[in-house]
Ligand binder design. Structure first.
Ligand SMILES: *[C@@H]1O[C@H](CO)[C@@H](O)[C@H](O)[C@H]1NC(C)=O
Ligand SMILES: *[C@@H]1O[C@H](CO)[C@@H](O)[C@H](O)[C@H]1NC(C)=O
Ligand SMILES: *[C@@H]1O[C@H](CO)[C@@H](O)[C@H](O)[C@H]1NC(C)=O
Ligand SMILES: *[C@@H]1O[C@H](CO)[C@@H](O)[C@H](O)[C@H]1NC(C)=O
Length: 481
């Protein structure tokens, strides 16, 4: 009855091997499937929906498996799907009513949970675990939540001291956005920015403040961007600045200024406002600097096409139905309905404004003094003209090739800025200083002159806005509004 000796030795070793195999196949998850998630973090936008996909490898069916998405602990979970059904007993309150299981590709092992109405609190790490009998495997996913805030609003306060204070506010950001202030030439303006998180939504509100010292500053741009998103939210503001601007409304019969109106912005001179005058006294330095930049132009009738008529004060020009009989001049545009201002610029910064009102067609800009005057003038930078055109209800920069533009709203008054040394010519909506187009990187081979053209038989004039010093009594604005 004695067993052969070798059997005693073989049985335990067989058992040991069996147990080892059992351990390998069940202990830490069966090795016959793996779960894969997206390798990179997923980007989700606040208020939108986002799917968290997980997939079996190899692509066997996930039907009959227990599928569970969770944050830190498997229970309570983000979403549980078991025995072909969604199970809500183990769901975290934060996800209640906000998840949908997507199993249309379950047979090839592809499943997902859609989270609705993403919030800041959904940001972070997720896991999805797949269980079948005693085997399981899981993957990790990362969700990066981004909130694109509201369009910023700028509020400007004239502190009545030396400086202006502008405050830019916007809400609904996540994570912390980048806030920048720029002047209208694109230069950074130093600022101070504060963030505060809403306890209910976790979204950040921004308050950013600048107190620019540069008195010549015409406008400011507040730009806010989310590091996770490509778009920026931008607001621009025009700064009330000395000196003020006026456009004189020429009467129907040119040459007689019957009414003068203050343009849509700028401080109107008020006799009773003595404190403003005192202030202006103190700011004479800054104001003088601004004045050197803001130029009062006069049209040069000697350059005017015979199709044009210049007002007596040389601030306004209109288109005639027939050519006038004029003394010939090599300075005159003989065919195109164009005219130059008499000012020549060969250095420095200059700015002027032209009221175009609802005229149906025009060109405004600067040209080399040497621009040809005979016949049709080629209108492009190669020929020494940098200009903005309005024609057939469209705005175009006369670049080469042309650049079609869409200003945010109809232009009533156009601001033209020339920086000779920097090689820049830019066009602004004078209502608030917002930039329409800029030619840059230019180098001018000679002096420049302001350029104007009046296409189409439209009797409405172009009018140059005058600069009026607030301390001076302006005889023509006394009849103003
Ligand atoms: C699984 O993947 C293989 C190879 O990628 C493919 O040929 C097969 O069609 C897939 N099966 C299903 C059910 O999608
Ligand atoms: C989305 O979530 C926000 C914040 O929790 C809530 O105020 C809003 O009503 C929700 N919107 C929808 C459509 O459920
Ligand atoms: C949001 O989640 C990502 C990972 O998903 C993490 O890297 C990041 O730090 C989280 N952001 C915040 C502000 O908690
Ligand atoms: C500038 O003017 C146009 C028209 O008023 C407007 O659409 C644009 O938003 C303005 N910008 C600012 C900063 O006011």
């Amino acid at each position: 009855m004695a067993r052969p000796h070798h059997d005693d030795a073989t049985l335990p070793s067989f058992l040991a091997t069996f147990i080892l195999l059992q351990l390998l196949s069940t202990g830490n998850g069966k090795s016959d499937f793996r779960v894969l998630g997206p390798p990179d973090p997923l980007l989700a936008i606040v208020g939108q929906d986002k799917e968290l996909p997980c997939q079996l490898s190899p692509n066997i069916s996930a039907e009959g498996m227990e599928l569970r998405w969770y944050r830190d602990q498997p229970s309570p979970a983000v979403h549980v799907h078991k025995n072909g059904e969604d199970m809500y007993e183990e769901q975290m309150v934060e996800y209640r009513g906000r998840t949908t299981f997507i199993g249309k590709h379950m047979v090839r092992g592809e499943v997902a949970v859609r989270i609705h109405n993403i919030t800041v609190f959904d940001n972070g790490t997720y896991h999805c675990i797949f269980k079948e009998h005693t085997s399981h495997n899981q993957a990790t996913l990362w969700l990066k939540v981004a909130g694109l805030g509201s369009s910023p609003r700028i509020h400007v306060t004239d502190t009545r001291e030396k400086s202006i204070r502008a405050e830019c506010t916007s809400a609904g950001w996540f994570p912390e956005p980048t806030v920048e202030w720029l002047d209208l030439r694109g230069q950074l303006v130093p600022s101070e920015t504060h963030f505060s998180a809403s306890p209910r939504t976790g979204l950040l509100a921004v308050v950013s403040i600048v107190t620019p010292q540069d008195k010549a500053l015409r406008g400011l741009i507040c730009s806010i961007s989310n590091p996770l998103l490509p778009e920026k939210k931008v607001a621009e503001t025009y700064l009330p600045n000395l000196p003020s601007y006026y456009c004189f409304l020429a009467s129907a019969t040119l040459g007689l200024v019957t009414a003068a109106i203050a343009c849509a912005f700028g401080k109107q001179p008020k006799e009773e406002d003595k404190s403003e005058e005192d202030e202006d006294e103190a700011d004479r330095g800054a104001s003088a600097e601004a004045e050197s930049f803001h130029t009062s132009l006069s049209l040069d009738p000697e350059t005017a096409s015979p199709k044009l008529m210049v007002s007596e004060d040389r601030k306004s020009v209109k288109r005639l139905l027939f050519d006038q009989d004029l003394s010939p001049s090599f300075k005159r545009f003989d065919q195109d309905p164009c005219i130059l201002a008499q000012e020549r610029f060969d250095t420095g910064r200059h700015y002027w404004e032209v009221e175009v009102r609802d005229r149906r067609a025009w060109i405004l800009g600067v040209c080399l003094e040497s621009l040809g005057r005979e016949g049709r003038i080629p209108k492009s930078p190669q020929h020494g003209l940098w200009a903005l055109e309005f024609y057939k209800k469209k705005h175009r920069a006369l670049s080469y090739p042309r650049t079609c533009l869409s200003p945010l709203q109809p232009l009533w008054r156009v601001g033209i800025s020339l920086d000779f040394e920097a090689g820049k010519v830019s066009f602004h909506n004078a209502a608030n200083g917002s930039l329409i187009y800029e030619f840059s990187g230019l180098s001018f081979s000679g002096p420049l002159q302001p350029f104007f053209c009046l296409w189409t038989h439209d009797p409405r004039p172009l009018t140059i806005c005058s600069v009026v010093r607030e301390t001076e009594e302006d005889p023509e604005s006394s009849g103003g509004p």
